[in-house]
Design a protein around this ligand. Sequence first.
Ligand SMILES: Cc1ncc(COP(=O)(O)O)c(C=O)c1O
Length: 328
Amino acid sequence: EVFLGNGVSELITLSLQALCNPGDEILVPSPDYPLWTASVALAGGTPKHYLCDEATAWQPDLEDLESKITENTRGIVVINPNNPTGAVYSRETLKKIVDIARRHDLIIFADEIYEKITYDDVEMINMATLTGDDVLCLTYSGLSKAYRIAGYRAGWLAITGPLSEAKSYLEGIKLLANMRMCANVPAQHAIQAALGGKQSIEDLVLPQGRLGAQMNLAHEGLNSIDGVSAHRASGALYMFAKLDVDKFNITDDEQFALDLLREQKILVSHGTAFNWSSPDHFRLVTLPSVEVLDESINRLGEFLSGYKQNAPSTCELPTVQEMSPAAG
Ligand SMILES: Cc1ncc(COP(=O)(O)O)c(C=O)c1O
């Protein structure tokens, strides 16, 4: 059961629309790639967030995950390698997630679009190799990341496990897939060429490859800034960096991102945009060249060296007259 889509994005929304009835709950990681949370809600379901823990280099907190399961829970979303944290999950963690899904009769949604983008020889394990015949697993991947042609809008969804028990769900997916007629046809020729051709990504992720070198530089650069810390990403194209909110007096991370954009013309994404509850993170994309990343991180350091959010600027300080009770 393989479905082609106009990017993984379309397949995420389509497969959730085919599943969710009002009241159905889907476990989604926090932080997440926010399309997942939005698509569950759009499909009429309820996203419930489980914690990925910075203290364990962003591995999913399985106790938290299991504690969020109710009689309405239908599935668990696993984004591996992860956007925005860059974590790649260990075999042990993945096996435990499969055990939880098996015990509670849940579907696993495995978003593996970064499956070929891993660093430092870390082992990438595809979830479907662990789920066996008894756990329904939807695996998503596509051309946007490993083949760097996001604009072609080409992705695929492979469904494995107890298919005969999931007949009505598969019928729903087929119905929605037929309603949009088909996935982008010219791009399907690109899928064949990409999967059958030289896997240039393998060179790019080496330490001396372009993506490997950029990730190394981003890791060193961000951690050299006073008040910023970030785990080394084992995969994907991002670092989810922590800000010392006390030092910078940050209460609004979107404001921080806007201030940085206005002052230094550098765009990062604020952490709460990834369904992360505290305003203490931002995501850096490690795709720019080493030269651009180096300059940007230096300028971020310069910006932060004088940054205090909500500090009244000198020109806005009230005058003594304005402060006096007589002035109201
Ligand atoms: C985790 C994850 N899933 C899915 C997508 C969407 O990919 P596509 O271009 O195939 O729609 C992205 C894009 O950033 C992503 O990071």
